[in-house]
Design a protein around this ligand. Sequence first.
Ligand code: NAI
Length: 249
Amino acid sequence: MDAKEMKTALVTGAGMGIGLACAEAFARAGYITILADINEPKEQAARLMAEGHQAVAYRIDVSDTQAVKEMIDWIVSNYGHLDAAHNNAGIQTPQRPMAEITDDEFDRTVAVDLKGVWNCMRYEILQMLKQGQGAIVNTSSAGGVVGFPGQAAYIACKHAVLGLTKTAAIDYAGRGIRINAVCPGVIQTAMVDELILRNPALEQMFTKDIPAGRLGKPEEIADAVLWLCSPQASYMNGQGLIVDGGITV
Ligand code: NAI
């Protein structure tokens, strides 16, 4: 198939964890996949190419508005269109009660976890409007619907990402664009490993509180993201799909 006829998918934070699993799922499903990350994921993209898929690495800091605009322009000039976008890059705030978070820590969390999603969505939507079609999935969190101790700034951003998702979905409804969020529970990635490293009691707490009796796998989030971007999810819009082994039930 001619590359211009293949669907394209952009995944931010695709260097590892949930984003990497999602990028792999898009590539294996036949999308030309742009793996975008602050640490350029060259080896990850090369592995997918070696498997016979279409993948390319792109270095981006999603908090940089101009750089995000240039990334979307670059995708369109190379591939002609952007069909699916997964705005997933995120960082945690250092684990501390709310009043002990510094202004710099708060600002950086908001810059990546909220403004980063805002930046990406804005330029993805402008392109998708020109095409008359496209699907966007933002990564919120189970912590986008409930609180979590010691992560006030992060959790505030994840709630805000849901608000942004719902409002943009309404703003652009009926114009061929669907915008949803995925809300992962506790997923086995470097982010969670670091949390457990700092507070080993959390591991037992997570396992005890998760009805499924285990942490989730990045691939289990990828299945949900791929589905949300597929025609099978054509009536899904403005939703936060919780994939959490039942922890918020
Ligand atoms: P991770 O820490 O394993 O991977 C995050 C990736 O984002 C890394 O490759 C990192 O380089 C990249 N990144 C960080 N800042 C960036 C920036 N400014 N611009 C571009 N890329 C940047 O994290 P994980 O666990 O895979 O999380 C992915 C997303 O899922 C995040 O938004 C996180 O908040 C969310 N999430 C994770 C959960 C979990 O249990 N692991 C639960 C709920 C939500």
